[in-house]
Design a protein around this ligand. Structure first.
Ligand SMILES: C[S@@+](CC[C@H](N)C(=O)[O-])C[C@H]1O[C@@H](n2cnc3c(N)ncnc32)[C@H](O)[C@@H]1O
Length: 315
């Protein structure tokens, strides 16, 4: 990646900055640091910040980001968002005033064909955000049962030709191992009916590549794991902001925030609360925030982004 200067445009920047921390917040955790675009804007808006935990699963992007943003308040950690408690423990920090998750991958990862996230140029079928993880896209494509492949493509990619594509993969891999993004993109493209391809604006492999990436990195399981520890990492009054790009991701976030903002979980037919559970979150965004047309025009990736923010209750 010599002489490469990636342009990752941070999505929903204004809204993220507005909600990232309480006005007097001092400690911030960016758990999907990427190239630090959001953090940079947040540090400008909240000059009183004393420490930023810059967490990313991808060690390569963290190293690369050093050239993009250097500030003595930033400490980088290669870790999953769900490992934030370990990161805080390591430094003796008891809690943070703001946590941000901007899920998915960065342009840096997509543009590097050796990482195998994109079909625009041929590369190995990898797609691991953390190269220390075991499961690659090549492993999935060449070893998963047909029904598993179909399930992944349909559920995570919302691909309506999931069965045809899974069939085509099974046929092809019985002849030879599928090893490159280019080979896989061609198999998918050939499997999708021509009439449908013409109607589609996006490349026919887009949805399957997204689905494989979600499976390789266990992205939904990782969000669930993060949500189980998120509240413990926040100081009272601290803000939690999450940008999702997929309806399955967003549903997890929405359900979590609504559950903890409600408190009482007595059955609706009970005339009075007997569980005594108090709300632990206050919703800062009643509905998800989406990019406007101007942002989408400049950054088409922002079209599927949705931001939800909540504040940890004081008592
Ligand atoms: C969309 S980019 C973030 C871009 C960043 N907000 C910016 O403005 O530059 C997502 C980043 O989060 C990382 N990532 C995705 N899921 C993660 C997780 N569960 N834990 C840690 N890092 C994650 C990816 O490796 C990628 O670098």
């Amino acid at each position: 990646m010599n002489n490469y200067n990636p342009m990752h445009v941070s999505v929903l920047l204004k809204a993220v900055v507005k909600h990232a921390l309480p006005k007097n917040g001092k400690i911030f955790a960016d758990c999907t640091f990427g190239l630090g675009g959001h953090t940079k804007a947040i540090l400008e808006e909240y000059p009183q910040i004393t420490k930023v935990f810059a967490v990313d699963r991808d060690g390569e992007i963290l190293n690369y980001s050093i050239d993009k943003i250097s500030d003595p308040r930033i400490s980088r950690f290669q870790a999953k968002a769900s490992e934030l408690p370990d990161v805080l423990k390591l430094t003796g920090c008891k809690g943070v005033d703001g946590i941000l998750l901007d899920l998915g991958v960065s342009s840096y990862q997509l543009d590097n064909h050796e990482r195998g996230f994109s079909f625009m140029r041929s590369g190995p079928l990898d797609m691991r955000m953390d190269k220390r993880d075991g499961n690659t896209a090549e492993n999935i494509v060449n070893t998963y049962e047909k029904s598993q492949l179909e399930h992944i493509f349909f559920e995570y990619g919302e691909e309506k030709f999931a069965r045809r594509i899974a069939d085509a993969i099974i046929r092809k891999r019985s002849e030879k191992t599928i090893t490159t993004t280019e080979e896989l993109a061609k198999i998918i493209s050939d499997a999708v009916p021509a009439a449908n391809k013409n109607k589609k604006q996006i490349h026919p492999a887009t949805r399957v590549f997204q689905a494989l990436r979600i499976e390789v990195n266990n992205e939904l399981g990782e969000i669930e794991d993060f949500l189980t520890v998120a509240l413990d990492c926040l100081n009272p009054g601290g803000h939690l902001s999450i940008i999702a790009f997929h309806s399955l991701e967003d549903r997890l976030v929405k359900n979590f925030m609504q559950k903890y903002a409600k408190g009482c979980d007595c059955p609706p037919k009970f005339p009075v609360c007997v569980c005594g559970k108090k709300p632990m979150l206050e919703l800062l965004t009643k509905k998800a925030i989406f990019a406007d047309e101007d942002e989408i025009a400049v950054n088409p990736r922002s079209r599927s982004a949705r931001l939800r923010c909540a504040k940890k209750c004081l008592g």
